[in-house]
Design a protein around this ligand. Sequence first.
Ligand SMILES: [Ca+2]
Length: 235
Amino acid sequence: MGVTEARFSDTQAGIPLRPIDYSEELSLCDDSDVDDVIIVNATYYVFKRQKVWFQIKRYGERVYRTNVTIKDVFPNLDDDIDAAYSEESNDVYFFKGPMCWKYKLINITSFSLYSGYPRTIDNDFPGIPSGIQAVTKVSAYRNGFIYFFKDNLFYRFEPKRVPHIRSTYPRLISDVWNGIPDNLNGCVYDPRKKWLFFFKGLNYLRFDMVMHRMSYNGTEQKTTAEDFFDCVPRP
Ligand SMILES: [Ca+2]
């Protein structure tokens, strides 16, 4: 273990952080289609099958991460989640089939399940169907909207308003999110940069919520492995 890795591991609740590794049995570099991504306290959590990766940038240095099983960090959560998002309070919601799970942050590698969960999505999010593919909360707007994506449709859920979903929803993704494909793998909103990342297959797109358009010109579609996870191409 190198000096830098040792420094990170001292502060991270006993789970050592290290650069991503091609030798991992389930590598995000070789197979970078994710189940979903969330940001809690400026740390990215990437979910895929039975694993979660942390992505942390400290002291202006490169990104370090580790992979552990979902159940190590989120007790009683199912593998192969459909989708997940985080609240400003750092609570985290997961969705799979008709069910949702709600967790409270303890520390970066430890969350506790609220009592009464899992329960059906309709309990907490009336009007949202089962089988959600991607979800994120966008705090750029007053009160914050939660966007749920499924197939070619999306729902805008307003936590502070009843009914939570206006009668004009669901709407077509292609009608509102210019350039964003249907059947997403996941999405996450970065409140610091006001960017929305959409993940699909081995690629992602970055949407600027201030300008309400793709945030870079030309080749909007980037590879998740090399451009998001900083994987070094194999020689
Ligand atoms: Ca998903």
